[in-house]
Write a protein that binds this ligand. Structure first.
Ligand SMILES: NC(=O)CC[C@H](N)C(=O)O
Length: 258
């Protein structure tokens, strides 16, 4: 079986590798651009996205990561990894940070507040259950978690979360955040946000499946990767211009977002 690369700059990469091992799948640590050529799928773990982005920039990983995503190779971002994959992020530190992009959504980097507002919640996950079986819900561990506020038409929502009004009023202090929360206060009592999505070759979760004993998301990603790999190898039998255009995604304009 093909190995799964895990971006190992910072954050919970060891936990992802351990979860893959429980499924009998080998995970390898990725730290350099050229290592991306040796793997067919990649996990970008949770951690702290600003720090991870600085390290990725230092190691000149962004062009190779963008190419990996744009080639249609399977990528799964958890938490900070989700932020990396979003086309647009809000609530970033002053000066912004680079994103890999590819996922047509707007993510709020610290939607649920600071570290002490971290929480766990049972999420309804019908698509995961239809593929992997098991309990109807998945225990989501949200650590200083982001949330997806808007998603494009190509994005399949795999889980959402009904935010209790008490949680909506917590916030950190940037002006953009304050404006966001004022907007939220004027909205309904409870608000739904998206916490797991798939868009073609991209899977993203706002929570941390690698910190639970439930390996269904890892299994889902491995199967999704195998399917994409099979499609790619069968399409290599057709003329080259057809097979490449099939996997090319629109290039994203990825400036530093403020
Ligand atoms: N657990 C996490 O990955 C938290 C992500 C964090 N909100 C960030 O900005 O990077």
């Amino acid at each position: 079986m093909a190995v799964v690369g895990v971006l190992a700059l910072q954050g919970s990469f060891n936990e992802h590798i351990a979860a893959l091992r429980r499924l009998g799948v080998k995970g390898v640590e990725i730290r350099k651009p050229e290592q991306l050529n040796t793997i067919s799928s990649l996990i970008i773990p949770g951690g702290e996205s600003t720090t991870m982005a600085k390290l990725a920039e230092y190691h000149n990983l962004f062009p190779a990561l963008r190419e990996f995503v744009q080639m249609g190779k399977p990528v799964w971002g958890t938490c900070a990894g989700l932020i990396f994959l979003a086309n647009k992020a809000m609530g970033q530190k002053t000066g912004g940070q680079y994103l890999v992009g590819g996922l047509d959504c707007t993510v709020h980097r610290n939607f649920f507040g600071s570290q002490i507002q971290s929480f766990e919640a049972e999420l309804s996950v019908p698509e995961l259950v239809s593929k992997e079986g098991g309990p109807e819900t998945f225990r989501g561990i949200f650590i200083r978690a982001p949330a997806i506020l808007e998603a494009g038409p190509e994005v399949q929502v795999l889980a959402d979360y009904l935010v209790p009004s008490s949680r909506l009023l917590s916030s950190d202090s940037s002006i953009e955040d304050k404006m966001f929360w004022i907007w939220q206060e004027n909205a309904e009592e409870e608000s739904k946000v998206i916490v797991a999505v798939r868009q073609g070759n991209i899977l993203a979760t706002a929570f941390h499946p690698e910190l639970t004993a439930d390996t269904r998301w890892h299994s889902y990603f491995v199967k999704m990767s195998n399917e994409i790999g099979e499609e790619a190898s069968s399409s290599s039998l057709v003329p080259a211009q057809v097979s490449t255009s099939q996997y090319q995604q629109p290039r994203n304009d990825l400036p530093i977002f403020q």
